[in-house]
Structure formats: C-alpha cells, structure tokens
Design a protein around this ligand. Structure first.
Ligand SMILES: NC(=O)C1=CN([C@@H]2O[C@H](COP(=O)(O)OP(=O)(O)OC[C@H]3O[C@@H](n4cnc5c(N)ncnc54)[C@H](O)[C@@H]3O)[C@@H](O)[C@H]2O)C=CC1
Ligand code: BAL
Length: 491
C-alpha cells in the first residue's frame, strides 16, 4: 500500500473524555517532535490527576450504566467491526500520523502497524459472540455455572514504539469483553491514539467507554495506577515502570496488573541451516522498528562451525536495510524515537567497545544534517553473555554475536537472562527444533523465522518480561474478565 503524503496542518491534542475532546484542568502542554527532523509537530495537552479522575469517572459511569457492558456480545461485535472498518477507511491518515510522531518507516505503519491493529480488533470482535460460559460437574440437584464478567474500568498505559498496534492489543479485548477503558498513551506518541478515540465514537461506541488522556508518566500514568476506581491496568514498557505499577496496586485497591516489559531475545542458529533465508530473518529480528521492539532478536547465538560464513552473509543483507527518511518508501530503518533515547543507544555502543566486544559493523549516528535521530545498523562480535550489551535491553539496531560449541551451550546462554519474552531458532532438524524450543524459557519461540505469531496466539513473557497475563488471543480475554461461580441449589 502507498500513501498520498499530506502532512496535517494541526492535530487534535486534547484528552478525549466522555465522548468528546475536552480541555485539561490546568491547560499545560508539552511538545511532541518528529524524530526524523527534530522539529515540533504539536503541543500536546498534559493531562494530570484531575483529568485522569474525570476520565475514570466517565468510564465508571458508562460501565455502570450498561450502555456497553450490558450490550449483548453480538451488539458489541457489530460496533467493533464498524470501528475496524472506519480505521481501515482512515488508514492513510493514521499511518502518516504514526510515522510522523514515531519516526518509523511509513511502509511499516501502512503495512504492519495499521493492518495488524485492524485485524486484531476484528479478531476480538468476532470472538466475542463465540465464547461460551461453562457448567461445572456438580451434584444433580445443583446447577454450577462459571460465567465471565468484565472487570470494569481498565487502564491501558502504553509505550511509544507501536502506539496504535500495542494499544489495540489491549483496547480490543477489553472492549470486546464489555469493559470501559482509559488509555494513557506514551508522552512521545499521543497523536494517533487521540485521533483513534474520535473514530471509535464515530463507529458508535457509547460515551465514556473509550477515553484517551495524554500526559506524563509520573503524573497521568501514576494517577491511573493509584486510582481507587480502576480495576485493572495493562501496561507495556520498561521493567522499571512496570514495577511502579505493582507498587501502585499495592498502595491502592490491589487492582489487577498485567505487565509486558521487554526482553533480550536470543536468535539461535544451529550448524545445519541454509544461510540465505536465515540471515534475512535475523536482520529483520534486530532491525525491524529500528530495533525499538520488545521482542527484537538482539543476541545472535551461533554455532562456531558456521559463524564466519553466516556473518559475512548477514552483513551483506544488513547493508541493504536503508536508514533514512521514514516517508521514503525505500527506507527500512527510520529515526530513533528521541534524542535522549538515541544517546542511550550510542552509549551502549561505546560500552560494548569498552567491555572488549569487537564492533564489526556500523556504530554511528548518521544523517545528522536532517536534525533527526538516526543510527546505522550495528553488529558486535566476540560478545560474552556477561557484557551489558548482551544483558540489557538497548532498544536500538544493535546485534550482539555470541559463539557456541553445541546445542546445550546455546540453550544455556539463551536462558541466561533476566528476560524471557521471545526467541528464534534456526535449524533444518525437526528433532533439534522441538527439543530446543521446549527448553527455552520464553513466551514465544519462533522456528525458522522471526515472528511473534499473529493476533490469535498469546504474547507475553516469562521472568522479568511479563507478569499477570498475556496480550493477544483468548488469553487477552482473561486479563479483562472475572470468572464468577454461580452455585444454584435446586429444590
Ligand atoms: N516492552 C516494550 O515494548 C517497551 C520497552 N521499553 C523500554 O523502556 C525503555 C524506556 O522507555 P520509556 O519510554 O521511558 O518507557 P517507560 O516504561 O518509561 O514508559 C512506558 C509508559 O509508562 C508511563 N510511565 C513512565 N513513568 C511512569 C510512572 N512513574 N508512573 C506511571 N506511568 C509511567 C509512560 O508515560 C509510558 O506511557 C526503553 O529504552 C526500552 O528499553 C520502552 C517502550 C516499550
Ligand atoms: N513487539 C511488539 C510489542 C512491543 O514491542 O511492545
């Protein structure tokens, strides 16, 4: 798909609360920049505690009114399918906003983020009238039902790397199961979600059911986390902030917390593979979305028998990944989200060299004259798994290559991490594939591809990558529903 690029002159930046855009209580704003130029795109309204309170009150009122929560699943399905159709109708505008605010290639916004968001919404909409409640085995004079009910008011606190896409992982199942939602977008990328809220209203979502409040983490995000009338928070972002949400829950109403907190995912290459398809997948694994991807395959764990020829081929492939203007259809690597984040990635590149790893490709900021925040694809060889570049989430286009002697060492190193979000495994041997896939402690293991699976499979991590539940698939419905046992004695 290609887009007719018409940059919007203005963006709606006020919170969307109770069915319309509203001014914030204090009227403060903050700038959101285009990462590809470093220039301001808009001043966004800074929602704070008072605005979060209004949004939660609207969500609660809509939930209690039953305007959405008590609709039949089939009615909800129809509205959500209309919502998906309207997103599709506005796909070019939304993709362009996403790219301008995030710095990601327009090709990705158009062909990955937006279509996947739409399909995720359609999948959950379609699922909602096909899920049955259960009867449990019970004595003959008892009817024992297990029914699902929405949890109530859901807060979604979001990252900046896939603003719409990850939002939809949370919004779609939460709405499909009858909840009302308050979204707090990442402060770096509020624009697409603010536009989405109006599209939801146009689709017929009742007032107060979907609210979007832009703002800073320590103010708006914290207020949502500590709110006594929020029943569940679904968060994607850093482990550091994920831990705050566990504290907020403990300090308030013990709300349900679901966390997806990134990773340091291995890509294991055994000694029996065909190089050409494999290097393409490895490159995509660490370069897609500029490496600003929680499931990026950033540790290449490769058999010493094939390391040299595989790396030669990988470097050839990586060099074809054009870094540049995200609006250029040829670009595959756009801008890093903001200057501080780019500096953080560059500091890891320095640290890798200081720790003794060998920088064999890239390593530099590029395209400085654009004013944007671009880093070229970077490969380190001679990495050991105790180095910071092998242990910490860099969130940039940086690959650490670790050499191993056999399968057992590959598995040991793959699992020697605090994270456990994803892993990829490349081999032509089905036995080794099965055995190793089962040995890896990660929420998703892709074999002979780099993949997170589609919207139908659960996504979330082991260890510090995840807590409390999974996004996507039916597993996501568990996040946003309570199960109630109704034990009915017959007379
Ligand atoms: N798992 C993932 O997909 C993501 C991981 N990250 C990781 O986190 C690092 C830092 O990125 P950040 O944008 O700073 O992520 P972050 O974890 O600070 O932000 C995520 C969300 O949490 C909110 N937040 C921040 N501080 C908060 C607080 N004290 N209370 C409540 N909410 C708060 C933010 O406003 C944002 O909406 C990245 O370099 C990357 O390593 C970042 C984004 C996504
Ligand atoms: N990999 C998509 C989800 C995320 O990065 O948070």
């Amino acid at each position: 798909m290609t887009v007719d690029i018409k940059i919007p002159a203005t963006f709606e930046t006020r919170p969307f609360i109770d069915g319309d855009y509203r001014s914030t209580e204090r009227g403060e704003t903050f700038a959101t920049l285009n990462p590809a130029t470093g220039r301001e795109l808009a001043q966004v309204c800074a929602g704070e505690e008072a605005d979060i309170n209004r949004a939660v009150a609207a969500a609660r009122a809509s939930f209690e009114s039953g305007s959405w929560s008590r609709q039949t699943p089939r009615q909800r399905k129809k509205t959500l399918l209309r919502f998906a159709d309207l997103i599709e109708k506005n796909i070019e505008e939304l993709a362009l906003i996403e790219t301008l605010d995030c710095g990601k290639p327009l090709n990705d916004s158009c062909n990955v983020d937006l279509p996947d968001s739409i399909e995720t919404l359609r999948w959950h909409a379609e699922a909602t009238d096909k899920l049955h409640d259960q009867m449990s085995p019970a004595p003959l004079d008892v009817v024992s039902m297990i029914v699902r009910e929405p949890v109530g008011v859901v807060g979604a606190v979001l990252p900046w790397n896939f603003p719409l896409f990850v939002a939809m992982w949370k919004i779609a199942p939460a709405l499909a199961t009858g909840n009302s939602v308050v979204v707090k977008p990442a402060e770096l990328t509020s624009l697409s979600l603010l536009r989405l809220a109006a599209i939801a209203a146009e689709a017929g979502l009742p007032e107060g059911v979907l609210n979007v409040v832009p703002g800073m983490g320590p103010t708006a995000g914290r207020a949502l986390g500590l709110h006594m009338d929020v029943d569940c928070i679904s968060f994607t972002g850093s482990g550091e902030v994920g831990r705050y949400f566990l504290k907020y829950a403990a300090e308030s109403n013990m709300k349900r917390i679901v966390l997806e907190c990134g990773g340091k995912s291995p890509a294991i290459v055994l000694d029996d593979v065909d190089f050409t398809p494999v290097v393409e997948q490895i490159a995509a694994g660490f370069l897609f979305c500029q490496g600003e991807n929680c499931s990026a395959g950033t540790r290449l764990i490769v058999s010493e028998k094939i390391r040299e020829p595989l790396l030669a081929k990988l470097k050839e492939t990586v060099k074809t990944w054009k870094v540049g203007d995200p609006l250029d259809p040829a670009t595959k690597i756009g801008a890093m989200i903001e200057e501080p984040h780019m500096r953080k990635v560059l500091s890891y590149i320095e640290k890798g060299q200081f720790e003794g790893a060998k920088l064999t490709l890239g390593g530099q900021q590029v395209l400085k004259d654009t004013g944007g925040f671009f880093i070229e694809p970077t490969i380190f060889e001679g990495v050991t798994n105790d180095m910071a570049i092998a242990r910490e989430e860099i969130f940039g286009p940086v690959l650490s290559v670790i050499t191993v002697r056999d399968d057992a060492e590959a598995v040991r190193i793959a699992n020697d991490t605090n994270y456990g979000l994803a892993a990829s495994l490349y081999t032509n041997d089905l036995n080794r594939a099965h055995l190793i896939a089962r040995s890896i402690r990660a929420g998703t293991v892709s074999v002979n591809c780099y993949s997170e699976g589609d919207f139908a499979v659960p996504f979330g991590g082991y260890k510090e990558s995840g807590f409390g539940g999974k996004d996507k698939g039916f597993a996501a419905h568990d996040q946003y529903t309570e199960t109630k046992a109704i034990w009915m004695q017959l007379r």
